[in-house]
Design a protein. Structure first.
Lengths: 231, 407
């Protein structure tokens, strides 16, 4: 039972803390958080600002490592890895979607989507895979457009294609609809959920918006660096 | 990420801010152009001066009388010259050419010119590597006969006759006395040591008796000695010193003659020019340094501006070395392109200065050697890398979390 449960967990967090040094003061952003996320789950992380949810997201996305505690991603303990090893994990296992899209302004949609493949050393079918990822988000006819020539919703779809092009284990979305109008936001949410259904990608959405959280299977609530509820 | 891809990205990034990139490059362009053109002009000046010193002759030693601070100086004489020419006493000396020098007025018809008169022996032609382009040089018969004959420099012939050919056999007047022209010398071009093309050569004996009589009939103004080989020049100088010391009964340090080796003149000129070249090149190098600091400045601005982009790239899997090489390639490209433009500019400056020098009658052929091009290219790339390392390192060490948070 226990073994089986471990294999099904794509994310296993055990008693994680994170302490920041802000000048003289030590700030305890996470104060011992534990939870598991199963493969293929769609969950949301909620909490007021200062609750530690950004810190949690950074750790889950391997952008940062916990001060203490253990974080296992896809069967690999990543809580003690060095910078370059973390970069490799991010490249292979994590896809990011940011509130402000974060596309390279000078590069075409295709070049933006190719970026993770380039850093991952994929050469042969890079262009083909990127094209397919753009087609999957409905932008097959816009591959040579630059971000400035695309609407906000389209830009976020490029970002989603970029996050998915390396077929990651988890998709981390930080307020993915925060900069979008209601209609575009809805479309993005539908696309994210579709990625979950077709690829079985585990989705973690950090959000303030209860209507977004309502579309996920489970909500992790944080307050003052502690888990409030985990439904 | 592949290097080729990174070059393309770096070029795109530089092209996206053309004004800034080109102003940054300008610093390197000016620096590289300054270094290369200064080195080229220095090399050209050295070649030109070495050329004119070598055109005096080869393996030469000049002996002059020395009258400063000497109580009873004896003049150099024909007997001194004869002693120096003795192979038993001076085995390293190939030939000896005593010379009397003066100035005089030469006239042909209504043309006249004030020129340098040199009374020489036949061996003078080989000692000074002079060739006649028409007619003969002074012969032994001319010497014994004290013949009133003259060999003209090409410029002198031009001045008197308006031509350099078909003047042999004409009679000119030097200081009022008639002389028959027996030869015209080939032009040797301008020289820093007075033009060798504007002079009249007469037999030494004729000079002694008619044109430039001395109180002591045997006296000469200068003795030129040619050593048997370049390696023998120092030895020949020592032999000449010893012979003259003995003949003049003087001791070392108080000689009434001075010995000057052609190689010494060449060495002095070259070391002066070498210092000059280093000085000019140094000024160029300083501007290259300033250009490098300009690159560093702009790259630091660029890193700050693109912090968020760096954070994103790291989130997508860029390792430290990917970011490092991205910024290093950008700064290296800035300086390499700047260096290439600088080389072209240096070529333009060098040929312009060559033309100006030629127009003002001091021919300098600026030489842009492959060496200096290679040096400047390597140097500018090194400047780009060196001044790029700090900003690139700063970019590479950014924490992805911090970088993504920046506005």
């Amino acid at each position: 039972m226990a073994d089986n449960g471990f294999l099904d967990n794509v994310i296993s967090v055990k008693d994680i803390t994170k302490t920041y040094q802000m000048g003289e003061v030590e700030v305890q952003a996470l104060d011992g958080v534990s939870f598991d996320i199963q493969k293929g789950e769609v969950i949301s992380i909620m909490g007021p600002s200062g609750s530690g949810k950004s810190t949690l997201m950074n750790i889950l996305g391997c952008l940062d490592i916990p001060t203490t505690g253990e974080y296992t991603l896809d069967g690999e303990n990543v809580s003690k890895l060095k910078d370059d090893q973390l970069a490799k994990i991010r490249n292979r296992k994590v896809g990011f979607v940011f509130q402000s899209f974060n596309l390279l302004p000078r590069a075409s949609a295709l070049a933006n989507v190719e970026l993770p493949l380039r850093y991952g050393g994929v050469n042969g079918d890079r262009s083909k895979r990127s094209r397919q990822a753009l087609e999957a988000v409905g932008l097959g006819d816009r591959i040579n457009h630059r971000p400035s020539e695309l609407s906000g919703g389209q830009q976020q779809r490029v970002a989603l294609a970029r996050a998915m092009v390396n077929e990651p284990s988890i998709l981390m979305a930080d307020e993915p609809t925060g900069n979008l109008d209601t209609k575009s936001g809805k479309e993005i949410m539908e696309l994210i959920l579709e990625m979950n259904r077709t690829h079985g990608t585990t989705v973690i959405i950090v959000t303030h918006d209860p209507s977004i959280a309502a579309q996920t299977q489970r909500v992790i609530r944080l307050r003052d660096g502690l888990l409030e509820t985990s439904v | 990420m592949k290097i080729g891809q990174q070059f393309i990205e770096a070029l795109e990034s530089l092209a996206s801010n053309k004004l800034r990139s080109s102003l940054t490059m300008l610093g390197i362009v000016i620096g590289v152009a300054a270094v290369i053109s200064m080195l080229a002009i220095g090399a050209g000046a050295q070649a030109s001066i070495s050329g004119s010193i070598n055109s005096i002759g080869t393996n030469l030693i000049f002996i002059f009388p020395n009258t400063t601070n000497i109580t009873h100086p004896q003049p150099l004489t024909m007997s001194d010259a004869a002693a120096l020419a003795d192979p038993a006493q001076a085995p390293s000396i190939e030939s000896v050419a005593p010379v009397i020098q003066g100035r005089g007025l030469a006239a042909f018809g209504d043309q006249s010119t004030n020129t340098s008169l040199v009374a020489v022996t036949p061996v003078y032609a080989s000692v000074r590597s002079l060739k006649t382009m028409d007619g003969e040089f002074i012969s032994d018969n001319n010497m014994t006969g004290r013949s009133p004959v003259a060999v003209l420099g090409s410029q002198t012939a031009q001045n008197l006759f308006g031509r350099t050919n078909q003047v042999v056999g004409e009679t000119i007047r030097i200081n009022g006395q008639p002389f028959r022209v027996i030869g015209v010398l080939e032009s040797k071009g301008g020289s820093s040591f007075g033009s060798q093309d504007d002079q009249i050569l007469v037999p030494l004996t004729t000079g002694q008796s008619r044109l430039m009589p001395k109180t002591n009939r045997d006296q000469v103004d200068q003795i030129m000695v040619q050593a048997s080989s370049p390696d023998a020049v120092a030895q020949a100088g020592d032999e000449a010193t010893a012979i003259l010391q003995a003949r003049h009964r003087t001791v070392a340090g108080l000689e009434d003659f001075r010995i000057l080796k052609q190689q010494d003149i060449l060495n002095t000129a070259q070391s002066i020019l070498g210092v000059f070249t280093i000085f000019l090149g140094g000024i160029g190098a300083i501007s290259l340094l300033v250009g490098g600091i300009g690159i560093m400045n702009i790259m630091l601005v660029s890193v700050t501006e693109r912090t968020r982009e760096i954070g994103l790239r790291k989130a997508l899997g860029a390792r430290k070395r990917d970011i490092l090489s991205q910024f290093l390639i950008e700064s290296a490209l800035l300086s390499l392109i700047g260096g290439a433009v600088g080389i072209l500019l240096a070529w333009g400056i060098a040929s312009l200065i060559g033309r100006i020098a030629a127009a003002s009658n001091t021919p300098i052929n600026p030489v842009i050697g492959l060496n200096s091009v290679l040096l400047a290219t390597l140097f500018s790339a090194a400047v780009g890398l060196f001044f790029g390392i700090y900003p690139a390192n700063r970019a590479a060490r950014l924490e992805p979390v911090e970088a993504l948070r920046s506005e």
